[in-house]
Design a binder for this molecule. Structure first.
Ligand SMILES: [Zn+2]
Ligand SMILES: [Zn+2]
Length: 331
C-alpha cells in the first residue's frame, strides 16, 4: 500500500506528474497533464498502462504531449480510456481525436470517455473510434459530492476548481484508510482469529448490532480495528494564489502527505505571478507549510530564469518550507 510519484519533464521545460497507487495486489497509474516531451521519461509500456489522464487545463504547455499519449493508446480496448479535466475538456479533446486521417480503423472498437469536471456536476462524453470520433455521445451527468471526482476501491481523486483566468483543476489522490486487526487486543479478549475478522472490516457485511463471537460487531470493531491512514499526493499548477484561494487550498490539503506545486516565479516577481494568475515558490511553500504537508516538490519554473536564479527560487521556498526540493535530476 503506497503512492509513488514521478515528475516528468526537466527544469524550465513542460512538466507533468505520473502517479502509481500500489495496493499490494494491483497498481493504478494516473497521469496529470501531458506537456511536450514529458512522456519520453516513461517506457511505452508504461504509457500504455495509464488508467486515467487528468488535465489541469488546456494551455499548450500542459497538452502539447497528448499526441504521444494518444498514439500509444488510440486503439486500446484492453482497459478503459479515461480522461478528466475542466469544463470544455470533451470539446477540446474531440478536436484532438479528430485531427488525424481515419481511414484504416476498420475493426478497431476503442472507446474514449472524457469528463468535464464542473463545480456542481461531472458531465461525461463518449467518443468512439468506429465513427472516427465524430459523435459526442453525452452520458448522464453525475452530481458532485464535495470535491470528489473518482472513487475507486483503493483510493479517491478529488479536484478543486482554481482560477487561472480559466478554470484550472487542483488534484489530490488519497489512498483509503486501511483497517488492521490489533493482535494484542484480540488475545486480551480471548478470541481466536477466523474468517469473521475479515467480515468485521466491512460494516455492510456485518452491521454494528450483528452478533459475532458472542459480542456486537460494533463493540469488536472499536476494540480490535486499528486505522492506518493512506498515502496522498496533490498536484497544484497554474492558478492565482490570493488569500482566499490559499485559505481554500489549506483546508482541502489537510492531512495530505506530499504536494507537487507549480513555482513559476521568484518572490521578487510577485506582480507577474498576480498578473498571469500563477504562483511564486514562496506562495506555494506557505500553503504547504500551513496545510502541514510532509513533502513539497516544486515544478513548472519559468524559463526566464537562469540556473542560478532557479537555485535562488528554491532557497526562497526553503526559507518558508525547509524540505522543499526540485524533482530528481534537475541539478
Ligand atoms: Zn496555464
Ligand atoms: Zn502552465
Amino acid at each position: 500500500m503506497a503512492i509513488r510519484f514521478k515528475v516528468l519533464g526537466g527544469a524550465a521545460q513542460d512538466n507533468a506528474l505520473w502517479v502509481e497507487v500500489d495496493s499490494g495486489q494491483s497498481i493504478q497509474r494516473l497521469l496529470f497533464d501531458c506537456g511536450e516531451g514529458c512522456l519520453s521519461a516513461l517506457a511505452l509500456a508504461e504509457v500504455q498502462s495509464a488508467d486515467h489522464l487528468f488535465f489541469s487545463h488546456f494551455h499548450m504547455d500542459h497538452v502539447a504531449g497528448f499526441d504521444t499519449f494518444f498514439r500509444a493508446n488510440f486503439n486500446r480496448e484492453s482497459r478503459p480510456n479515461r480522461i478528466w479535466g475542466p469544463p470544455g475538456s470533451g470539446r477540446i479533446l474531440q478536436h484532438r481525436f479528430q485531427s488525424y486521417l481515419w481511414n484504416l480503423h476498420e475493426g478497431l472498437n476503442a472507446v474514449w470517455r472524457v469528463s468535464d469536471i464542473g463545480e456542481a456536476d461531472i458531465k461525461t462524453w463518449r467518443y468512439e473510434l468506429p465513427d472516427a470520433f465524430e459523435t459526442a455521445h453525452e452520458e448522464a451527468a453525475v452530481v458532485r459530492d464535495g470535491s470528489l471526482v473518482l472513487d475507486e476501491e483503493e483510493f479517491t481523486v478529488e479536484a478543486l476548481t482554481m482560477d487561472h483566468r480559466t478554470p484550472s483543476m487542483a488534484y489530490r489522490v488519497t489512498e483509503k484508510t486501511r483497517w488492521n486487526i490489533d493482535p494484542a487486543a484480540l488475545e486480551a479478549l480471548g478470541l481466536r482469529p477466523g474468517p469473521w475478522l475479515k467480515a468485521l472490516k466491512d460494516p455492510l457485511e456485518l452491521p454494528d448490532d450483528a452478533p459475532v463471537e458472542g459480542r456486537p460487531a460494533g463493540e469488536l470493531r472499536e476494540k480490535l480495528l486499528v486505522p492506518t491512514p493512506g498515502d496522498s499526493v496533490a498536484y497544484l499548477t497554474d492558478f492565482l494564489l490570493d488569500e482566499a484561494a490559499a485559505a481554500r487550498l489549506e483546508t482541502w490539503l489537510a492531512g495530505c502527505k506530499a504536494v507537487v506545486c507549480e513555482s513559476q516565479y521568484r518572490a521578487a516577481d510577485l506582480d507577474l505571478a498576480l498578473k498571469h494568475y500563477h504562483m511564486t515558490s514562496v506562495q506555494g511553500a506557505a500553503v504547504a507549510k500551513r496545510a502541514g504537508v510532509a513533502k513539497l516538490v516544486l515544478i513548472h519554473v519559468s524559463s526566464r530564469y537562469t540556473r542560478e536564479q532557479r537555485a535562488e527560487l528554491l532557497e526562497e521556498a526553503r526559507a518558508v518550507f525547509p524540505g522543499a526540493r526540485f524533482p530528481e535530476g534537475w541539478g
